[in-house]
Write a protein that binds this ligand. Structure first.
Ligand SMILES: [Zn+2]
Length: 262
């Protein structure tokens, strides 16, 4: 499995961010490929054109419907030599297929994809778990649900839903699964982690890495997120103490409130 990150600046009428990622993923053997969250066509189309003779694009995929993830679908489709399905949650622009939670499909010969529904940031959020059977490699594209050292805002959900998304669904993935989030937020997430878990050695290691590297996507695994990401530690005594709550979903909600407050 080969993953090419495409950093994007998705700004519309002065609103947006300059730290989004699209991901072009292909099966090494068949060259079948998908593009995930290609929100800014002017930055994505040149990459797709460049790869047109070497890769076979089979789908556009989205992690959720927000315009800085799914807002480029129609323009990307119009620029392709042949139509491809849009595989995404129900509210994405131009969506043609929404796999149910736990359902699987293949990309080329070796990549098996599992849809993991993780409603909370949006109700249509889906994390995509990719396993390459030939290289024994596992990755998960988490959109705005899980970031390195953080999680997305609860725009359409609550603490109970994010607790389930992070600490049941994503936490159940194999330890060595590499995490590819939808934004480069690691540095700002570290600031919050230091406030609530400053003594944690894994947080200090994450800070060092983020200070030394502009791009951190795919550099940490599910196992490491459990070690440095307080949103994956809602059952710990430390986070109960920090939040004054005992129920994991309430610990989660309180942590998000604290982070929102800055
Ligand atoms: Zn979003």
């Amino acid at each position: 499995m080969h993953i090419q990150s495409i950093p994007m600046s998705v700004v519309h009428e002065g609103v947006g961010s300059s730290n989004n990622y699209a991901y072009l993923v292909h099966d090494d053997e068949t060259k079948d490929a998908v593009i995930i969250d290609p929100a800014n066509p002017p930055e994505v189309i040149p990459v797709l054109n460049d790869k047109q003779s070497s890769l076979n694009l089979t789908a556009i995929m989205n992690t959720h419907h927000h315009w800085d993830h799914a807002g480029g679908n129609t323009k990307i489709l119009a620029a392709l030599p042949k139509p491809v399905p849009v595989i995404a949650g129900k509210d994405s622009e131009g969506v043609t297929k929404t796999p149910s939670h736990g359902s699987k499909f293949n990309i080329g010969k070796n990549i098996q994809v599992t849809a993991l529904h993780t409603p909370c940031h949006t109700q249509d959020s889906i994390c995509w778990f990719f396993e390459d059977q030939s290289s024994d490699e596992r990755v998960v594209f988490t959109g705005d649900t899980l970031f390195h050292g953080g999680c997305g805002k609860f725009f359409e959900g609550n603490g109970e839903e994010m607790e389930k998304a992070l600490n049941q669904v994503l936490a159940a993935l194999p330890d060595d699964t590499k995490v590819f989030p939808g934004h480069e937020y690691t540095k700002s997430n570290v600031k919050f982690l230091k406030k609530v878990a400053g003594d944690n050695k894994a947080v200090q290691a994450l800070e060092k890495f983020a200070d030394e590297n502009q791009e951190t996507q795919g550099k940490f695994t599910i196992k490491q997120e459990k070690e440095h990401n307080v949103f994956m530690q809602t059952k710990s005594e430390e986070m109960k103490k920090v939040t004054g709550e005992t129920e994991p979903s309430k610990v989660m909600a309180k942590l998000r409130e604290l982070k929102n407050a800055g």
